[in-house]
Design a protein around this ligand. Structure first.
Ligand code: AN0
Ligand code: CP
Length: 312
């Protein structure tokens, strides 16, 4: 792979899942692949898992790692031709080219503002790094996608599936803060590439971008959607049509043990207990959130390995 900013950058998903599971069994097998190679991770937003698992993945491959919390650096300008006499001190043209001299791979986390849909959908942070960096780019969650999470989720479902075509449900949940659609978008795109019976459930009006959901089955009745599910992936997202708005905080959409039944509970984390999902679910054996978080390492590792392989 030459970059990883979308789950569809992976040519053969089931092949890469297999490779990730092999890396998980023998994480230091390719310790010399990353020798004298550096990963620079740029964070425009907070992170716990992505930051630590991606660093761990790079170290497992023998890479050096540098982390920049971009809010501690100069305020970057992304528009072309701007008279930079305001709050921005450095243009992404210079910044991306400079960082490319220090790093062999650049990973970027940049959430959407959730105010201006067109601006968010332009992916102006990620696309400018793709344009002006001279080294491969990895998304650590952009405005519209979180492909490392999608891959980790695919690995987790593959590890746990006890039948050929499991039923997987993406279930919206309430949340007090407006959250991006990035995680559900990547989960949907990933499920489209897996052999699963996939259903999405959310309140009416909470449709995700139809270019992402395509012909996914959408069932507005949560109980009906979850019936006989093997995996229930719970996630809040703010409204896509009424962009970035919170139009529903109905606590009845929270996941409970009663609704979940024997299905596996999935969430990307961080999760608000007793808002998104009740304690009894997270504290039960049906919750696989820690396994998902662990698989973030091997998702990142297989992606880094594939990019390093392409540099040989
Ligand atoms: C972020 C989101 O929903 O995109 C990050 C999740 C990995 N979640 C929060 O900000 C709580
Ligand atoms: N799931 C995930 O990406 O977590 P962080 O935001 O903590 O990195």
């Amino acid at each position: 792979m030459k970059k990883y900013t979308d789950i569809n950058d992976i040519p053969d998903l089931s092949e890469i899942i297999k490779e990730a599971i092999l890396l998980k069994m023998d994480p230091f097998k390719f310790q010399s692949l990353g020798k004298n190679k550096t990963l620079a991770m740029l964070f425009f937003n907070a992170s716990l898992r992505t930051r630590l698992s991606t660093e761990k993945a790079a170290r497992n491959l023998g890479m050096e790692v540098m982390v920049l919390n971009v809010n501690d650096a100069w305020n970057l300008e992304f528009s072309d031709g701007t008279v930079m006499n305001g709050s921005t001190s450095e243009h992404v043209k210079e910044a991306a080219a400079v960082i490319s001299q220090y790093a062999d791979i650049i990973a970027v986390r940049a959430f959407p503002g959730l105010k201006d849909k067109a601006k968010d959908e332009s992916e102006y942070v990620l696309s400018n790094f793709l344009k002006y960096a001279t080294v491969p780019i990895i998304s650590m969650e952009s405005a519209t996608a979180h492909p490392l999470q999608g891959l980790a989720d695919a690995i987790t479902i593959t590890e746990l599936a006890s039948k050929p075509r499991p039923k997987v449900v993406l279930s919206w949940a309430p949340h007090p803060k407006a959250l991006p659609q990035a995680v559900p978008n990547s989960f949907v795109s990933t499920m489209h590439r897996m052999d699963v019976d996939f259903v999405i459930t959310h309140p009416e009006g909470y449709e995700l971008n139809p270019l992402v959901t395509k012909d996914s089955k959408i069932v507005y009745n949560q109980d009906e959607a979850i019936k006989d599910a093997d995996f229930v992936y719970v996630k809040n997202w703010s409204n896509y049509n009424d962009y970035g708005q919170i139009l529903n905080e109905d606590p009845n959409w929270m996941m409970t043990s009663e609704k979940l039944g024997n299905a596996k509970f999935m969430h990307c984390l961080p999760v608000r207990r007793n808002v998104v999902v009740e304690d009894s679910v997270l504290d039960s054996d049906n919750s696989v959130v820690l396994q998902q978080a662990n698989n973030r390492t091997f998702a990142a590792q297989v992606v880094l390995k594939s990019i390093l392989d392409s540099m040989l």
